[in-house]
Ligand binder design. Sequence first.
Ligand code: SAM
Length: 281
Amino acid sequence: MLSYRHAFHAGNHADVLKHALVVRMLRHLAQKDKSYWYIDTHAGAGVYSLTEGFAAKNAEYENGIARLWERTDLPPLIADYVDEVTALNADGELRFYPGSPYLAWRLMREQDRMRLYELHSTEIDVLRHNFRDAGRRAMIYEGDGFDGIKAILPPPPRRALVLIDPSYEDKRDYARTLACLEESLKRFATGTYAVWYPIVARPESQRFAEQLKAIRPNGWLHAALTVRQPPEDGFGLYGSGMFILNPPYTLAAELKQVLPYLVDTLGEDKNASFKLEHRAA
Ligand code: SAM
């Protein structure tokens, strides 16, 4: 039984880090005319209302996207992402938040394709509804994304961004993500893979970055943002990380500027910090 609903967390600090990087990586793929695929193993609902339902209840976006909304000093990488959120809120009021499939859809060109997996029966209905006019350029599969992508790698154009973004509420997601990456690299070694992970007070989370980095000696980037001190009761997300295999080659340099900015704008106490590690290919 799946209980996680991403809407509770839409637009929070973790979504900011993840989605700003997804936009940046898709921009990189679009620098060449040749087509690419965007593959999302854990797609969610696609678009979220911030003023109604689950997101309004927790209002996590208030410490995420809302803190960037009216800033005039955004670094280019963050400004590009915020522009995409703005496009969904044409009247200037922050009411809707794009999930990763929607951001990818906005950036896709005619020649590009999208493959989305979602296991939750309610989320998939919303996702299908949100993409009802997309046609065959966006294929949506109801099912397990870890298993599903085995059938579609390597993608025909041999260029892709694969986002692996489980909720990790089931602690098996950590091991499944590692296995999925290793298996996927055998099928498609040159793809760009982005793994999001939560920084929470549980051993699986604390050792995860080291396990990800051990997959390959080089050709990776690890960016993590901690927004507050670990909670005393041991519960709750206090940061998140993105681990990227085959990242754009300028990304590490860009993040040297971006991550301190996110610490300043999204940090909630004096323990806010970032980590940036990179091994060039
Ligand atoms: N990628 C989305 C975004 O950035 O907007 C958010 C995804 S959310 C963190 C994780 C989603 O994965 C949830 O909607 C959940 O229902 C779904 N899910 C959980 N286990 C899954 C699995 N094994 N395969 C595919 N989807 C799964």
